[in-house]
Unconditional design. Structure first.
Length: 170
């Protein structure tokens, strides 16, 4: 598919920074449904001749922060490419200077440079997304528990020495 409008978004916890390639317009919106609606109306205002199917929105996969945007775009049928951050960084190379607006601009450049090969992301069903989120949380909790158990064993071993008070029975 030939896209005409290339949009780069830097997603963070509270905001999304948007850049329209070729037009040079940039703006920040809240990372919530209300902010997404404002973002789309802003894009329509700046790219008057293009239909939503002619645009591609490109952003890094940042886990739970980007999945809200991906789900919103998926539900209203706007094509987007959610890419691994490392893929974008490796293609751009090492550059000095870092802020969210510059990152959004670089992501838009990436989308434009790869316009012939970039493919829209297809999200799995919402139930699968929920399971993935729960599995991620479970893995994190299991790792944390292992760390706490190791610390507890070290504490117990330390406090069993005769020169210190035995608190392992507490």
């Amino acid at each position: 598919m030939k896209y005409k409008v290339f949009i780069g978004i830097d997603v963070s916890k509270l905001t999304i920074d948007v850049h329209l390639h070729g037009i040079g317009a940039s703006k920040t919106f809240s990372n919530e449904e209300k902010g997404f609606a404002l973002f789309l109306s802003w894009v329509k205002k700046h790219s008057k001749q293009s239909e939503p199917a002619e645009m591609i929105i490109c952003f890094e996969h940042t886990g739970m922060y980007s999945i809200k945007l991906a789900t919103y775009l998926n539900d209203i049928g706007i094509p987007f490419a959610m890419l691994p951050a490392l893929q974008i960084k490796q293609s751009i190379g090492i550059r000095r200077g870092k802020n969210d607006q510059i990152d959004a601009q670089r992501i838009a450049e990436y989308a434009w440079l790869h316009r012939e090969t970039i493919q829209a992301t297809l999200l799995p069903a919402k139930s699968i997304l929920k399971l993935q989120s729960l599995l991620t949380l479970r893995n994190r909790l299991v790792c944390d528990r292992g760390g706490y158990e190791a610390t507890w064993k070290e504490q117990k071993r330390h406090w069993k020495e005769k020169s210190t008070r035995d608190i392992s029975s507490l």
